[in-house]
Structures are given as C-alpha cells and as structure tokens.
Design a protein around this ligand. Sequence first.
Ligand SMILES: Nc1ncnc2c1ncn2[C@@H]1O[C@H](COP(=O)(O)OP(=O)(O)OP(=O)(O)O)[C@@H](O)[C@H]1O
Ligand SMILES: [Mg+2]
Length: 297
Amino acid sequence: MKSDVLLKTDLPLKPFMRGKVRDIYDLGNELLMIATDRISAFDSVLPNGIPYKGKVLTGLSVFWFNFTRDIIENHLITANVDEFPDEIRRYSGILEGRSMIVKKAERIDIECVVRGYISGSAWKEYREKGGVCEISLPKGLKESQKLPEPIFTPAIKSKTGHDINISEEKMADLIGNELTERLKRISLQIYEKAFDKANRNGIIIADSKFEFGISNGKPILIDELLTPDSSRFWSLEDYSPGRTQKSFDKQFVRNYLEKIKWNKEPPAPMLPDEIVKRTSQRYLEAYRRITGRDIIK
Ligand SMILES: Nc1ncnc2c1ncn2[C@@H]1O[C@H](COP(=O)(O)OP(=O)(O)OP(=O)(O)O)[C@@H](O)[C@H]1O
Ligand SMILES: [Mg+2]
C-alpha cells in the first residue's frame, strides 16, 4: 500500500498555491488541481500520507460535480489524464486518478455552508447565543441533532485560518443581495440532493461547504465538492444525537493523537501503520458507499 502514497508534487509548472492537502498549478485560463495523500488533524499536516486519500477526494468531487450539474455549472473540465495537454500528460504516473483540470475562476470569498445537523462551530454558537449566523433555532436541541430544515450559514476566512460565521445580511453587504440569494438557493439545493443520495447509501452528510467563483460573468461551483474534507460524513448506522459523532474519515487519527497526548503544536507525530491502514479503509469505504464503485480496480 505504501508505494501508492503521494505526499508532495514538484512539477516544473507555475505554482498557483499549495494547501494542506492539494497542490495547484496555474495553466493560464485553467488550473491543474492535484489531491495528494496528505492528511491534516488539529490544523497540522501529519508526516504520513494516507493511501488512496487523494484519489478518493478527487473521485468523489468528480462524482458530485456530475451529479449536481443540473443545479449549477462547475469548474471541472476533465479528470481524465488522457485528455490532459501533452506537456502535463507526461506526468500521468503521478496525476492519474487524483487530478483535475478546471476553469480558473474569480473566487467569491465566502464559504457557503449548509447544515442539516447541528455540530462543530454551529453547536458552539447555538449554546452561546441560541442560534447560528443570526438564524434562531428551536430551544433544547442536542448536539448532532437534525435541524427542522437545512440552514445556510455562510462564513469568511479569518487571518488565523479559522472561519468566522457571518449573517446572510453581512454576506449581502459583501457581495450584494442578488448574488447572496442565488448562492444560498443553489447551496441548499445541492445539499438536499446530495444528502438524499448519500443517505440511501448509509452516510449522513451533516454539513458541507461549497465555494463559488465567477467565470464568464456568472457564478460556477469551484474547489472540491462533498468530500470528507469539506463536509461532515457520519455513518448512518452509528448515528445517535446527544454527543459528537464519529467522523467517517479522521476518527482513528484524532483518537490516536489524543491517546498519545500530543500537545497539538507542530510538528505532528508519525502515525503507526495500523492507524494509517484503518484510515485509508474509511476513505475507501466512503467512496464505495457513495459511488457504488471501488477506487482500487
Ligand atoms: N476554479 C478555481 N478557480 C480559482 N480558485 C480556485 C478554483 N478552485 C479552487 N480554488 C481555490 O484554490 C484553493 C484550493 O486550495 P486548497 O483547498 O488546497 O487550500 P485551502 O482551502 O486554502 O486550504 P486547506 O488546505 O485548508 O483546504 C482555494 O483557495 C480555492 O478557493
Ligand atoms: Mg480547501
């Protein structure tokens, strides 16, 4: 399994950016987005890679981009390396299954979050204020409880890298009323359609974050879509409100890091093989449940 791990790329192409997980190159009007096998926990990238993680993230994004095309256009041009330009196809050994060529868009700097269940920062805000993003919620909700209906809770990135929830009104101040209404409506539609699909296959998508950009004067969906890195995936059979849920992907990693009492200051410690293996299996399982296919042919 180890030979399959890609931690970092160093292609002789113009860099666009390197995130915690993805390496992105600038191709002019297009971007080459590569999902590596890096994994982060508690805001640090770990020294180990997780076999097949990058392929799962890319495979799921491609699946959902196709699944939501009737709701909104997206940035995906192709994830098939045979269709990549010649000068890039020569790296197909590295790129196969884990990369996409996408339209470069002008990013709209709002994280469009939809929540069907109350968890994470929304749970914290609800306990302090009785609502989230100035949406008031019923009294007495338990942690991880299903909300009466999905809510739109936009956020902006802060300088420290943590997101800050904002009200819809604040979002409208930043990008205008019309665009706010449109992104809200689209985000809710995507969430609801994807939620039903995943739920039928044993996964609860508790919440998810969407990013949009402007291309040819209109909003399109960009970035990654409905992956375990941009959403909370819970296992339907293990779900029980009143506590934090096991996340589908990183639970073994977080548990291990808690167990060894890592102080959460970088550098992060090396994970044992067993934790890496079980984490990889969780990612593969998410892909299998959602798409009905296997990444490993
Ligand atoms: N089609 C696109 N056009 C322009 N920018 C895009 C497009 N798709 C994604 N992006 C941007 O590229 C970046 C993706 O990088 P990546 O997700 O690796 O890093 P990040 O989100 O900043 O950090 P993290 O590693 O925490 O996810 C984001 O800033 C995203 O908004
Ligand atoms: Mg990201």
